[in-house]
Each structure stands twice: as structure tokens, then as C-alpha cells.
Write a protein that binds this ligand. Structure first.
Ligand code: MG
Length: 382
């Protein structure tokens, strides 16, 4: 047993029932505004949804992969392939979730595919027991702090305006996307306008170690962290960069598992971890990473992938885990979509908090009419 092992969750002992079938439902939701990061721009959210049906219960999981491999190597197509041909065939009635994870360990990587099916199974378990998803995970109810992520803007002033709007809305922290040439001047403009704002930047891997001096100039701005400055696949170079920066480095894309998080923390490559449950294989692995981080005094938070209301609800339940000590990326639905496929949408309560949905499972209802209208493909697996 490696020293980073974290105790199993109770839900891993729960048994899989007689699931009648699995449906893939691919939806396309137009964004209100295009969302740009250092290397890509998206104008809509295309998501692969996993729908399970058992004894009249319908459960949902959302795959966070994009149709393209510009953010991660997994895509909606690879996820459908891996689920259909490798993950779903492992599912047998009577086996526990932990046993299923044991079988899935044969499939290397593909955490987004695993998470989509794991999320749907946990939603099913929770609905079967009449429990909200966070209780199914053994997590206490608490208020979830909300932060917001602002895409790359055309000018520093446009960014300041977007930040002002987010501050007015009550968000606990603002993250701004940066890239070479759209970094220091932009961050400085926001910092000058909001001297005490909890502010951070996310480079999505746009820099290299030779940019260390440039990145060190950000130290003067008192940022909470700089997220993923170097390559999406790197951990070690980040440990070298961290020694040259006062600003804590947060790793996001590099963290595909608990083992990656442990490597990053122990190498000194990250002082903060962005845990995306939809990338690390699901909720169980995400809770374990958060607990690993908490045990070592490393702050962690829940990142977003511009999820529809299904994935958004999952991320909110997950943040009931106290190891998520910093505000996450789960922002209000209305910032992203003119209409979502679930009800109720995510809204910000007084003080910039988000309520955890109270009903069984994910606690939000998938709206059939909207789902039909926004669906672009369906397929059923027996
Ligand atoms: Mg990020």
C-alpha cells in the first residue's frame, strides 16, 4: 500500500442492481458567450450523458470530455467507445462498486469515461436509497462557496468590466484565464481596480520554464495561485518553477488521479490542487484526493468543465467534502447557457454561496422537452 492511500468510502461496498440498460444521450447547448482559454475557444457545450434505468429509477452521469482533444486527450467519442466496449461490459448485478473499480483498473487512464459511468451509478444508488448524492458519499451538508472563471478578454478594460460584474454578483473569488501576451497587464488592471479581491490566474499550460522571470512578475499582485502555468502533462518542471515563484502553483490538467496529486504535492510542484472529479475517474477518487490534500494541509478546490446542470449538480454535492477548502468553479447556470437541461438551475444565494440540491441523487430534474430539443444523438446499450 502506497503512503498516499486513503481509506475506502462506504459507498464502495454498495451492490450494483439489475440495470435494464444504458443510454448515451449527446446534447449540444449553445453558450451565451464564447469561452476562450490560452489554446482554444468553445461556442457551445457538447456533452455525452449516460442514462441508467433500473426498476423505474432513472439516473444520470455527465461526461466532461469535449468533442475535441484540445483540453484533454479524451473526447466524447473516445469516452463512448471506452464505456461501451470496456467499462459497461464489466458491470454485473451483485458486484460492489469497489469490485467494479478493481475491474476498471485494467483500463489505463480514461478517467472521464470512468467518471461518467461512476457518477450515473452513484446517482442510481443514492436514488435507490432516497438520499441526496452527498449523503450517499458520506458527506455532511454544508454551504458551498462559489467562484467564477473568466475567459480571455479582448482588452484589460474588458476584463476589468467582467470582473466588476462578477464581484457585484457576489462570487468568492475570480479566476482569469491568461496566456502569453495577455497576462501581466490584464492581471494588474484587475488588481488595481480590486486591491483585496481573491484573484487567481489560469494559464492552461501556455508557458515554459524559460518564462519563469515573466511569471515571477505576477508575485507582486498577491494572487491566490497561478494554475497550470506549464505543460498539461508535466509535474516535475512545475516543481522547478515553484521554487522561483512566491505565488503558489495550482495543478489542474496534470492531475488525473490520487497518485498524480501525491506526486505533485510531494515534489513541491503544487501548493494547491484543482480536483476535477470528471477527469480523475469520478467522485470516489475526487473525495480521496481532497482527503489526501487536507491531511497534508494542501488547499484544494473543485474545478469546472462548463458542465450542463447534471455535471454542475454533481460538483456541488462533491464540495460538501470539507477537503474542498477553497471556492470552486461552480458558477451560476445563467452565466453560461440561455437554457439548461435541468431544473432548478444553479443560482447564487446570499453571500456567494450555492445550495446543495436537496432531493434524492443529484437532486435536479432533467427536463424531457429541453433534453429532446438539445439532443443530437442517442444510442442504447443493453
Ligand atoms: Mg484550469
Amino acid at each position: 500500500m502506497g503512503e498516499y492511500e486513503v481509506a475506502a468510502l462506504e459507498c464502495e461496498g454498495e451492490k450494483i442492481g439489475d440495470i435494464e440498460h444504458l443510454d448515451f444521450v449527446t446534447v449540444r447547448l449553445p453558450f451565451l458567450h464564447p469561452f476562450s482559454i490560452s489554446k482554444a475557444t468553445w461556442t457551445c457545450k457538447e456533452a455525452l450523458l449516460v442514462r441508467l434505468e433500473e426498476g423505474g429509477i432513472v439516473a444520470w452521469g455527465e461526461c466532461v470530455a469535449d468533442p475535441d482533444p484540445y483540453y484533454a486527450y479524451e473526447t466524447t467519442s473516445t469516452c463512448a467507445h471506452v464505456i461501451r466496449d470496456f467499462l459497461w461490459p464489466c458491470v454485473e448485478p451483485g458486484m460492489t462498486l469497489g469490485e467494479l473499480f478493481g475491474r476498471w483498473a485494467l483500463v489505463r487512464g480514461h478517467g472521464m469515461a470512468k467518471a461518467a459511468l461512476e457518477n450515473a451509478l452513484l446517482d442510481l444508488f443514492a436514488k435507490r436509497r432516497g438520499l441526496p448524492l452527498h449523503e450517499e458519499l458520506g458527506l455532511p451538508r454544508r454551504r458551498v462557496m462559489s467562484g467564477v472563471s473568466l475567459g480571455i478578454q479582448d482588452s484589460p478594460q474588458a476584463l476589468v468590466d467582467a470582473a466588476a460584474e462578477a464581484v457585484d454578483s457576489g462570487y468568492h473569488r475570480i479566476k482569469m484565464k491568461v496566456k502569453r501576451g495577455k497576462d501581466l497587464e490584464y492581471a494588474r488592471a484587475v488588481r488595481e481596480r480590486f486591491p483585496s479581491l481573491k484573484l487567481m490566474v489560469d494559464a492552461n499550460g501556455d508557458y515554459s520554464l524559460t518564462d519563469a522571470e515573466r511569471l515571477a512578475e505576477l508575485d507582486e499582485l498577491g494572487l491566490m495561485m497561478i494554475e497550470q502555468p506549464l505543460s498539461y502533462s508535466d509535474i516535475y518542471q512545475h516543481s522547478k518553477l515553484q521554487r522561483k515563484l512566491r505565488t503558489p502553483i495550482c495543478l489542474d490538467e496534470s492531475i488525473l488521479s490520487l497518485a498524480d496529486a501525491a506526486a505533485a504535492v510531494e515534489l513541491g510542484a503544487a501548493r494547491v490542487i484543482n480536483i476535477k472529479q470528471g477527469r480523475v475517474g469520478g467522485l470516489v477518487e475526487a473525495v480521496k484526493i481532497a482527503r489526501y490534500c487536507a491531511a497534508r494541509g494542501v488547499p484544494a478546490w473543485s474545478g469546472g468543465m462548463d458542465e450542463t446542470g447534471i455535471g454542475r449538480a454533481v460538483n456541488i454535492h462533491l464540495q460538501a467534502e470539507p477537503g474542498f477548502s477553497l471556492p470552486g468553479d461552480t458558477a451560476e447556470t445563467k452565466r453560461y447557457f440561455p437554457e439548461d437541461i435541468v431544473s432548478p438551475p444553479v443560482t447564487l444565494a446570499e453571500g456567494g454561496f450555492i445550495e446543495i440540491p436537496g432531493g434524492p441523487g443529484i437532486g435536479v430534474e432533467v427536463l424531457p422537452e429541453r433534453l429532446d430539443r438539445l439532443t443530437i444523438a442517442r444510442a442504447r446499450l443493453k
